[in-house]
Design a binder for this molecule. Sequence first.
Ligand SMILES: Nc1ncnc2c1ncn2[C@@H]1O[C@H](COP(=O)(O)OP(=O)(O)O)[C@@H](O)[C@H]1O
Ligand SMILES: [Mg+2]
Length: 255
Amino acid sequence: MSIITIFNQKGGVGKTTTAVNLTAALARRGRNPYCIDLDPQAQFSAISGVHAADGDATVLSLFQRNRPLRELIVSTNNGGSIIPAHLELSKVDTLFGKGYNVVNRLNTALRAERFADEAYPVLIDCSPLIGVLVLNAIFASHGVIIPVSADHLSARAALQTEKTLKALEVVLKRRVPRRYLMTRFDTRRRMAWEVHQMLDEKCGAEVCRTRIAENVSLAESPAHSMTVFQHAPSSRGAQDYDALLDELLADGFIV
Ligand SMILES: Nc1ncnc2c1ncn2[C@@H]1O[C@H](COP(=O)(O)OP(=O)(O)O)[C@@H](O)[C@H]1O
Ligand SMILES: [Mg+2]
């Protein structure tokens, strides 16, 4: 099954919002996704009501003592499954270097534990910093979703992320399938359409047709430790993430 990383080199573009609500959309359809929270800020974990006691309950222990990933899975408050994050996860960058085995650790573990053979997708939420954790996520994934909030700085970061992916493809010796996803899209703003046009020109076929609108329910639901489907199931935000899943399933990006 698909292993999908959500990444952009900029913070605040909707990575965690997308990871949380795309995972929830999958869960609603009985696809029982796993989420791996690789962001030391642990926002996906917190929204899911999961508070890891320390780094040992995170993939840090995969690096530190080769602990199986399946031992780290915990249930969330929305019926999902997560390998949570903790601030201590930020140690990975300083402790282990960036050797081949280190940056392939997650990939090796996911294959050895046969996650990809199951019917359940795996979604990985990342921090914006290109370090050991993000490299692990990209190297382990079949595809990358790059959320781009509808502003110029975010668009610039998306093009930077495109360059990074191209550089990593040389190392990986394969193309990384990807989808750019416009988030926080306000149709009344000219800037939103400018960013949209620029992305279309530069990344064409890899831009999702679904756009995630600026939506207050999406912004409010984390405060209640809820997905948008729990907090406001008939909101525009819930509809958009459901439509995004339809699109990604229909074009085979998520299988
Ligand atoms: N479509 C949206 N509409 C309104 N607010 C949003 C939307 N997407 C994200 N947000 C808000 O924007 C902020 C940054 O989103 P987040 O998903 O945490 O970004 P990242 O993980 O990339 O740092 C959060 O406060 C989030 O609730
Ligand atoms: Mg985040």
